[in-house]
Design a protein around this ligand. Structure first.
Ligand SMILES: Cc1cc2nc3c(=O)[nH]c(=O)nc-3n(C[C@H](O)[C@H](O)[C@H](O)COP(=O)(O)OP(=O)(O)OC[C@H]3O[C@@H](n4cnc5c(N)ncnc54)[C@H](O)[C@@H]3O)c2cc1C
Length: 292
């Protein structure tokens, strides 16, 4: 198996920031995944899995862990009757393509989510009224103690949340879909992508929604817009002029810049609305927001 030490992770995150991992392992099968977990265990290193890095903020100083990026059969997808069976590292775009080719609908909402099956389980990813919890039958979760199939309830899936912890790897997922003509799927996807383009900075380097929507009449984006933060910049990172709940890598951004923007956004939302925003993006490495 390919294990590289000291690989920088900025190439593996959609925002394009982040320092090196202690090691990057790319297992292509369940056997190699067990091997990678044992390799980390022997060296007393923590383990974290990344998908397409589309919801990740990695410390500029790097991560003292073995980072796993699933490949080969752990990143492929196929259909079996009305089931979509996918590796944890399979890109949502690949899954959607397989589902459409088989005339299976239900995964269309994920066309707006540029991640993988495993990243979706971690966060119960969702959009346009659906989410992983609505279609996932079970996920194969592997850690150094072995492998277990878990249902959405056992995974604790709820709004942008699961009970998964680093060290637990989603190696496979099975989704229940339903027959739908490929042409209809194509039309729905085109429509959802049009809606996305109109509302979000889809052509910029971001990590998707920065904060979860609070329990408030305003969404996080509207709240930060009302705080006057659109276009606000620190270093190479800026709050998107198009949608205030996105941070863009405007020019050579560092994670430190994005973190500074998040701290300022939380401070202002708290000051103006009495709301404590909770971040949706996952932190990897020694990263922390200052207390309010
Ligand atoms: C432009 C844009 C739009 C977005 N829109 C949406 C949206 O509409 N809805 C939404 O929910 N999200 C959205 N996101 C965020 C992101 O795409 C999702 O959260 C996605 O599910 C993350 O998947 P990933 O594979 O990139 O995970 P990563 O960002 O690589 O990792 C995220 C978390 O998942 C864990 N993880 C990844 N793979 C595995 C695995 N195999 N096993 C165990 N843990 C794993 C990581 O350790 C990390 O904790 C958007 C992001 C961008 C950039």
């Amino acid at each position: 198996m390919k294990i590289d030490e000291g690989v920088r992770l900025d190439r593996y995150t959609t925002i394009g920031t982040g320092g090196p991992a202690a090691a990057l392992a790319q297992p292509v099968s369940l056997d190699e995944l067990h091997e990678a977990l044992a390799w980390a265990h022997e060296r007393s290193l923590a383990v974290a899995t990344i998908g397409l890095g589309s919801n990740l903020l990695v410390a500029d100083e790097g991560v003292g862990a073995v980072v796993l990026k699933l490949a080969g059969e752990l990143a492929s997808a196929h259909t079996e009757r009305e089931l979509l069976v996918a590796g944890g590292g399979a890109a949502n775009a690949v899954c959607l393509h397989r589902a459409r080719a088989a005339g299976l609908g239900g995964f269309e909402f994920a066309c707006a989510i540029p991640g993988t099956v495993g990243g979706g389980v971690w966060m119960n990813a969702g959009a346009y009224g659906s989410d992983w919890a609505a279609i996932l039958v079970r996920a194969l979760v592997v850690d150094e103690d072995g492998a277990r199939w878990l249902t959405p309830a056992e995974l604790g899936l709820r709004y942008r949340h699961s009970e998964l912890r680093h060290g637990q790897v989603v190696a496979r997922g099975e989704f229940r879909l339903e027959p739908r003509p490929a042409e209809e799927i194509k039309a729905t996807v085109a429509d959802l992508q049009r809606q996305r383009k109109a509302a979000q900075p889809t052509n910029k380097r971001t990590y998707g929604s920065v904060f979860k929507n609070p329990d408030h009449e305003l969404s996080a984006g509207r709240m930060l817009e009302a705080c006057g933060l659109k276009g606000y910049r620190i270093g190479g990172a800026q709050i998107s002029p198009r949608h205030a709940n996105f941070i863009e890598n405007a020019d050579g951004a560092r994670t430190e810049d994005a973190l500074g923007l998040m701290a300022e956004a939380r401070r202002r939302a708290n000051e103006q609305f009495g709301v404590v925003l909770e971040h949706e993006v996952v932190f990897l490495g020694d990263l922390e927001l200052p207390p309010l």
